[in-house]
Design a protein around this ligand. Structure first.
Ligand SMILES: CC(=O)SCCNC(=O)CCNC(=O)[C@H](O)C(C)(C)COP(=O)(O)OP(=O)(O)OC[C@H]1O[C@@H](n2cnc3c(N)ncnc32)[C@H](O)[C@@H]1OP(=O)(O)O
Length: 430
């Protein structure tokens, strides 16, 4: 017997079951990539070449997707990475990327569920922290991430910079040579390994990073043109710096050159290498403007110019976000500016990193262990991530009410231990 009209109306409307979150299999990867494009507002298509390349470079066991009605509607991926901490050690981190939820499925908790899965798995694998570059500031604090490094970009008016127009190369006996992509594939990876060992905040680059940035591997959705590569060698002939830049071809109607150089990357193992490469890029004939790309906020460049006002800061923003998963290993991995003891009460809604920890710090290293002693500072794991690489002041966070002092002056003591003379910097987007 079929239900009467009245009975049918009283039955609650069927609620669609929450779509499943699962790791993606090879056959679904194309749909998953298409969903990434949709989330990032890129054309919703995937070229075969991109599919093959990206599949070969994605760990599917760490690639989550949500499928509803035959479509992929949410994506999330993480990969193994190393992060350089203060003192030069590298900690294993879980780098989070390709986070999207389709506009048809937003604000139903899908990101929160994928994030919870991934952070729990990262902790289980023994990764010390998770990292990401946040698309928008308000998204990730709720998951225990805090901004750990900042970035700045400048636009230099080379005509006003005051650099000597007769400059023809480094004064220190070093030299600069142009190189091509093949040279860079040979010398770049080793140079970068040496660089990142001395740069807190830097993250590891894999072979794919070098293949993509030197054109050995191409993405259909991101056209590649060969940049100019400039290599700095010291007086002893050692490769100590590398810069990549593109130039446009703009001239005024009055036949004056008006070219902009856009720097795609510039690293130096020594300040001399860094200074020489900046001087070089800002001295190329016809170049009237240099866009620096994303640099450390305390990059040498502006003060290298006789007139620093010729460098106008066009971007200043948070960059690498850090989520501590293992407080003991994180705090023991880095070195400290001075010696001291600090008891930290770390709160963490997820329970992954919460606890009270005693840090015995020293310029050569530290020990850290759970303790029952009264806390000097109480802070959320998010603030710990922000303080970890020394790029933020505990005194400032206390003034904002985001760190609470249990003992007077504890925030200043934390700053004396944690802060660094030069700022942490992550040169890479991922
Ligand atoms: C590391 C990276 O890949 S960065 C790239 C991130 N991706 C993007 O920005 C692409 C466009 N945006 C999106 O795809 C989605 O909106 C996402 C991924 C940002 C959020 O996914 P959702 O599934 O909607 O998030 P979810 O429903 O789990 O939200 C959890 C909480 O975060 C809040 N939230 C989510 N996105 C945002 C946002 N962009 N701004 C502010 N708050 C946000 C929600 O309101 C919710 O708050 P509540 O806990 O107080 O209720």
């Amino acid at each position: 017997m079929s239900p009467s009209r009245h009975e049918a109306a009283s039955v609650a409307p069927a609620v669609a079951p929450a779509p499943d979150i699962r790791t993606v299999c090879e056959a679904e990867f194309g749909d998953w990539l298409k969903a990434v494009n949709i989330g990032f507002l890129r054309p919703p298509v995937v070229a075969e070449n991109d599919l093959v390349n990206r599949l070969a470079n994605s760990d599917l066991s760490r690639t989550q997707g949500v499928f509803d009605n035959g479509r992929c509607v949410a994506t999330f991926r993480s990969f193994a990475q190393e992060l350089t901490v203060v003192g030069g050690a590298a900690i294993p981190t879980s780098a989070v990327t390709n986070v999207t939820v389709s506009p048809t499925h937003r604000r139903r908790g899908l990101l929160s569920r994928m994030m919870a899965n991934d952070l729990a798995a990262a902790k289980e694998r023994g990764e010390v922290a998770a990292t990401l570059i946040a698309a928008e500031y308000p998204i990730y604090g709720r998951y225990g991430f805090g901004p750990a490094t900042w970035t700045a970009e400048w636009e230099v008016d080379t005509g006003r910079a005051g650099l000597d127009p007769r400059w023809s190369g480094p004064e220190d006996g070093g030299r600069i040579d142009l190189a091509d992509a093949e040279d860079v594939r040979k010398l770049g990876p080793e140079l970068f390994e040496r660089f990142r060992a001395g740069q807190p905040g830097a993250v590891s680059r894999d072979t794919r990073w070098w293949d993509l940035s030197t054109g050995a591997s191409r993405r259909d959705d991101q056209p590649w043109t060969e940049p100019f590569w400039a290599v700095y060698r010291s007086a002893a002939g050692e490769v100590e710096g590398l810069a990549a830049y593109h130039a446009d071809e703009t001239w005024t109607d009055a036949k004056q050159p008006l070219n902009t150089a856009t720097v795609r990357g510039l690293i130096g193992l020594t300040p001399a290498a860094e200074r020489a490469l900046w001087h070089f890029v800002c001295s190329v004939d016809w170049i009237t403007k240099v866009r620096t790309g994303y640099r450390a906020p305390d990059d040498l460049l502006p003060l290298l110019l006789p007139d620093p006002r010729a460098a106008r800061m066009v971007t200043h923003a948070d960059f690498l976000w850090l989520r501590v998963l293992d407080v003991v290993r994180a705090l023991e991995a880095r070195t400290y500016a001075t010696s001291g003891v600090l008891v930290l009460e770390v709160t963490d809604a997820s329970g992954l990193a919460s606890g009270r920890y005693r840090l015995d710090a020293d310029p050569s290293g530290a020990t850290c262990a759970p303790t029952a002693s009264a806390p000097d500072l109480t802070l959320d794991v998010r603030e710990l991530g922000t303080l970890y690489l020394g790029d933020e002041s505990a005194v400032r966070l206390a003034a904002l009410g985001r760190v609470a002092e249990g003992t007077a002056g504890a925030a200043a003591r934390a700053d004396a231990l944690l802060r660094t003379p030069r700022r942490a910097w992550c040169p890479d987007m991922f």
